[in-house]
Ligand binder design. Structure first.
Ligand code: ATR
Length: 276
């Protein structure tokens, strides 16, 4: 019987996940279909029950349900629980398990650039939900030092306090972060500054950036934020959010099918959709 997968969110119309997963099902000859489902906040519980009753094999979860969905699942993977957000659900014989592949996807995206994470020290800019997933996953991956800068320092302090993995971390104010930028081998921009339509502005100045630093921005619309443009002018190795998007999808696909898919083809397809 044909298997059913999907993504729930609000809004959902612009999600690139259905095309990504349907392409993969075609490519690997899997008899399955992946559909977008527009689910409002007040319908979330009913939607999850409905998906379970219909025997959906798995689904992705996007804004605004990544945290609230956790109340309606049977099991939560420990990393997703620590992060406090689920983006991938697997249905095994009626038992729904929630995972987070956003953070691990970000880490895999970095590794795909040839980044050797173990020996590096990193600075993360931002302390929202995306930062939390990335910070915990980088700490789990064994990065020794991960400092944080956020406009609201309390939120960064809270991330450091609640991280379940062993990692050295300092919360920096903007001035200190800007001055010490050259000390990091990896800088990750996780705020919404630079995302369409807020194209202007930088979360901090990149004057002190060293050549060869890896600078990653999780935004993929636009493909090159002002932050990445400035970093590139300074000779940084830049990476946009396409890597994270592709690898979170690849990890979800692997959970559902046991196949880790060809991420280069996935990346090309996503870039074609984004006009890159
Ligand atoms: P997400 O889940 O996408 O990470 P979020 O939880 O709303 O979204 O977090 C947004 C992040 O972008 C936060 O780090 C936020 O900083 P504050 O904690 O100080 O709010 C940051 N951010 C958003 N707009 C910003 C702006 N104009 N200047 C600086 N930081 C901003």
């Amino acid at each position: 019987m044909k298997k059913l997968f999907g993504v729930i969110g609000d809004p959902i119309g612009h999600s690139m996940s259905p095309e990504m997963h349907n392409n993969l099902f075609d490519f690997y000859g899997i008899d399955a279909v992946y559909l977008p489902f527009h689910v409002s906040k007040q319908n979330l519980e009913a939607a999850v029950k409905g998906l379970k009753a219909l025997g959906v094999s798995g689904f992705n979860v996007t804004i605004p349900h990544k945290t609230t969905i956790m109340d309606f699942l049977d099991q939560i993977d420990p990393l997703a629980k620590a992060i406090g957000a689920v983006n991938t659900v697997q249905n095994e014989n009626g038992c729904l398990t929630g995972y987070n592949t956003d953070g691990p996807g970000f880490v895999k995206g970095l590794e795909s650039m040839g980044a050797d994470l173990g020996s590096r020290s990193a600075l993360i800019i931002g302390a929202g939900g995306a930062s939390r997933a990335i910070y915990f996953s980088m700490a789990q991956a064994g990065i020794k030092q991960i400092d944080l800068y956020n406009r609201t320092a309390d939120r960064a302090e809270e991330l450091v306090r609640t991280c379940p993995f062993k990692v050295r971390s300092k919360v920096l104010d903007r001035e200190t972060a800007e001055k010490s930028l050259h000390e990091y081998q990896l800088i990750v921009q996780t705020t919404s500054i630079g995302m369409f339509p807020n194209l202007e502005g930088l979360p901090l100045s990149l004057d002190q950036l060293s050549q060869g630093t890896i600078v990653s921005d999780i935004i993929y619309n636009p493909l090159k934020t002002k932050f990445l443009e400035e970093a590139s002018k300074k000779g940084a190795k830049i990476q946009n959010g396409v890597g994270m998007f592709v690898f979170q999808g690849a990890l979800a696909f692997e959970k559902w099918t046991g196949i880790f898919p060809d991420t280069e083809t996935m990346r090309r397809n996503v870039l074609r959709n984004l006009g890159g």
